[in-house]
Write a protein that binds this ligand. Structure first.
Ligand SMILES: C[S@@+](CC[C@H](N)C(=O)[O-])C[C@H]1O[C@@H](n2cnc3c(N)ncnc32)[C@H](O)[C@@H]1O
Length: 193
């Protein structure tokens, strides 16, 4: 089974999710999946939901691919690329039911902030691909990134902020690590429509 979507081979073609997954189940997108903890746990818990993880790092992408293949998960596809052109060119309007973004690189230097995934052009694309009533989660430990991202998210979505409590199970490796260190974590939930 092919768990890979590779735009370097196919070009940035618009994906037909029914063809990609062989079913009409809803699709959840994760941007920057790291070692794939959220992607894999969620895909195992919800076999009737399809998951796409976009991960820029070749190393992490290989880790996820191996884990997905080892478990024989049929409802996961992974893309090793910068998420922005993948979302912009390969994902149809209103086709994603949820978008998850856990601990995206904060790019703290001013000159690098244009690379942040929470930036207007990327949010416009995230809104376009989200189904009406679809939702998303953005989580960070970086206060300055949170303060900058929240008003941007508000321009595109209805948003609610929350601070995960000690009883909320960590969803990703970074969340587990940062929570164990006692770091403050900030979360924005957002909805289209
Ligand atoms: C700090 S790590 C967090 C990993 C995971 N989400 C977690 O919470 O454990 C950020 C991840 O996002 C990936 N990443 C950063 N920018 C990206 C982009 N533009 N497109 C896709 N992945 C990206 C990095 O390679 C890295 O794996």
């Amino acid at each position: 089974m092919n768990v890979i979507i590779n735009p370097r081979e196919t070009g940035f073609v618009l994906l037909d999710f029914v063809e990609v997954f062989g079913n009409r189940n809803r699709v959840i997108l994760e941007i920057g999946s790291g070692k794939g903890r959220f992607l894999i746990a969620s895909a195992m818990e919800q076999p009737d939901v399809n998951f796409i993880g976009i991960e820029k790092s070749l190393h992490y992408y290989r880790v996820i691919r191996e884990r997905v293949e080892k478990r024989g998960l049929r409802n996961v596809r992974i893309v090793n690329h910068d998420a922005f052109p993948v979302i912009q060119k390969m994902i149809n309007d209103n086709s994603v039911s949820e978008s998850h973004i856990y601990f995206p690189d904060p790019w703290p230097k001013r000159r690098e902030q244009k690379r942040r995934i929470i930036r207007p052009e990327a949010l416009g694309e995230m809104r376009r691909v989200l189904a009406e009533g679809g939702s998303g989660i953005y989580v960070t430990d970086h206060r300055e990134y949170f303060d900058a991202a929240k008003p941007l998210l508000e321009q595109f979505f209805r948003v609610e902020t929350r601070i995960p409590g000690p009883d909320d199970p960590p969803r990703t490796n970074y969340e587990a690590k940062y929570r164990a260190e006692g770091r403050e974590i900030y979360e924005v939930r957002f909805w289209k429509g």
